[in-house]
Design a protein. Sequence first.
Length: 182
Amino acid sequence: MAADPFLKALGPVEDLPEAVSQLHMTDGRFSGQCDIVRGAGILASFATRLAGFPLNGHDVPVSVTISAEGEALCWQRDFGGHCTTSHLTYDAKRNCVREDFGAISIWLQPNLLNGSLYIKILRLTVLGIPMPIFALPRSDTREWQDALGRFRFDVSAEAPGLGLLIRYQGWLTLDHAMHEAG
């Protein structure tokens, strides 16, 4: 499996929770449940549709299949039949992760704090055009391991002047590993 871009950007860490480490080091399929809230309004709806995000839902079955494509990782998310695919690479110049969702590219900075992986948005382009810093969405994305040993996620993005774009939160467990890094 290609090295996970988030782990490359983090550098050596010893206290990454097992469930978080497993998701970022395993080529395979994970599944669970999540709640999805999309922002209201025409512009928020347009932005989330452009990125391919799902509609609102409660206890939605979700699966994530992670596979290597050369130096990139492909994350295929299935939210109850609504599929969203992104490609993640390590950006050595910025020491961060670049995630491409079709016409949208997002540069992400992971940080480990108190057993949780926090992910901030550093940069965003739409159709290759950079968003100005003042218009950059804010994210409070967090990954951690719950008391049941499951991978937990809380992914969110808000845009200045628009408010909430998307928030989805839930849990995943490993269904099938195609390859584990060792």
